[in-house]
Design a protein around this ligand. Sequence first.
Ligand code: SAM
Length: 288
Amino acid sequence: MKLSRVLLPILLTSWLNAACASTATTATNTAGPKPATTAYEPVRGQAGKDVIWIPTPPGLIDKMLAAAKVTDQDRLFDLGAGDGIIAITAARQYGTQAVGIEFNPDMAQFARRKVAEAGVTDKVRIITGDIFQEDFSSATVVTLYLMPHLNLKLRPLLLKMKPGTRVVSHAFTMGDWEPDETMSYLHAQGYFWVVPAQIEGNWVMTGLDGGPMRMSMSQSFQNIGGILSRGSQNHAMLGARLRGDEVKFQFITQDRKVHAFTGRVEGRRITGTVVSDYMHTPVEITRP
Ligand SMILES: C[S@@+](CC[C@H](N)C(=O)[O-])C[C@H]1O[C@@H](n2cnc3c(N)ncnc32)[C@H](O)[C@@H]1O
């Protein structure tokens, strides 16, 4: 009993002294200069969720954006944005509204810093997120520097985007969806596609003298072909071409005259004109 009466005050006093000393240290640290924090700096080749980080060289970015004919009316999404270089370049050079999606939060924060340094915070937004979860359906231009299997995983989504949406990929293709254009800078290669409208199947063209013509279209991505028929007469489509929502083809009628169709796809309707050396006729093509 006697011993505890002596020891307890001593122990309490020493605990309080220690607590005060620690508070004093904290107070000193808060008042003094902050400990130096090292700013995050990404390292080329560092791991990412589905693919490592390596930035696209500026020389190729210029060519990719030129191929996509990017303007200030576009909304560009860079899937796997890294340090934000593609989004920043589009905003600075073309005034494009751009969004970068980056999974690594440190990298995304680093990209935001770069956006601020470039003075384009009003045009570029960096989202911390997964490209397979985030919604980029409002894009008019999509840029990628991923991996072949990731491009293929994204392909069904890209093909469902609004016809005419432009897609540019650094280094990797889209399997059997052939590029509309390719570009290169030093050893780096780029690929460009325009999302094609879906026009496979049967249609009926009205507006021409002689009555409606049936149209049967085949399609593999942007490659199209078809046959026009009226009664027992069949006319093969020649030079058929689909670029986004723009369709062009020619056909030769019984009188051996070449007719050229040019039109635009709007869902289940294609409107355009047929031109030959004796006619210039507006036509409408609809699903039967
Ligand atoms: C090869 S770098 C390309 C960076 C930039 N697009 C460029 O071309 O300079 C790929 C980037 O994608 C990021 N990434 C990997 N998987 C991702 C995912 N599932 N969602 C979002 N970002 C991802 C990586 O962290 C890396 O920064």
